[in-house]
Design a protein around this ligand. Sequence first.
Ligand code: PLP
Length: 402
Amino acid sequence: MKINKSLSSMPAGYLFAEIAKRVKEFSAAHPDAHILRLGIGDVTRPLVPAVVDEMIAAAKEMGTPEGFRGYGPDFGYDFLVSAIIEKDYIARGVSLSKEEVFISDGAKSDVGNLQELFAADAKIAVTDPVYPVYVDSNAMAGRLGKFENGKWSNLCYLPCNAENGFVPDLPSEKVDVIYLCYPNNPTGTVLNKDQLKKFVDWALENEALIVYDAAYKAFITEEDVPQSIYEIEGAKKCAMECCSFSKTAGFTGTRCAYTIVPKELIFDGVSLNRIWGRRQATKFNGVSYPIQRAAAAIYTDEGHAQIMESIAYYLENARIIREGLEKAGIQVYGGVNAPYIWMKTPDGMGSWEFFDLLLNKAHVVGTPGEGFGPSGEGYFRLTAFNTRENTIAAVERILKVL
Ligand code: PLP
């Protein structure tokens, strides 16, 4: 069997493995240290009651002759698709038809899989730092060339840093696809409508596709920040949008998401909606009925109020981290419309050097920015996914060290 060399020669996904290794070594040497983890971007609050009740009710239904269901519709149950369209889109002035919504088991699968729509030689652009799945999934398909000195030779990097206010420049070369994630992981920063419009206009002019990852849209607090790229005129002709219940409703372990593929998306005379449907129907058998019912529960008044309480809790943690660090004179970004706080490391420290300092002196774990791409060097990510007590304690400890 001839192996996929693009996959077998991938650099090791070392970031979280390296963090785990360093934490393990530290714990072994300091068994009494109480380590506070503000590193990995996983939710910590339980599923809300409205979601749990609906999941139980749907599971019980499945145990009756009348309520039992086998394979569901390929692209999701109508009750969930309709709720998404009404509450996430029509409420924001965006109309969509039911055939434009594809329910899935995660935004990670969708953003990883959708590169199957692109030609083998399609040119890709990503913001830098970046959620690694966009890069790795294209590298595995052989599109990115060689990995040398921390960079892929055939990938267009759009740096985001304090100097450009974390607003990437438009690509200066011809690219076929741009991945944008807003609110951003890892920086926690956003694009306002005018800033996003520049990308939409560029994509339309250059016949490029935007893959818009809106996994953190539930955290948006500011009016001028779009929750969907389709709030920008023309976006239906140039953008797919991936959304998830993971961070919106604590579904990281429950698994449900959706991707919007408008019918107006036509490239090379081919409808992306048609070929994404073809791909999904062949390779994916849908999300289970109880989970889709649980997801739909967040669109009821009761469910919505409950999830927004959790979001508000995380955003308050983010505020505590942001304001605490600012008091210590640290440059801090994000954390207003996102659960991530992106800080500049003090005194020009390397991001792994700062990681070691915080672990050893404050017993706090964060994520070195360099792990998200070359432009992440000199930055550090902290997350608001924790208890209030741990968040306050972590900030106090960090301030002491600083
Ligand atoms: N997109 C971004 C930007 C993320 O940060 C994450 C998870 O951390 C995902 C997608 C994955 O979402 P899901 O849990 O729906 O697979």
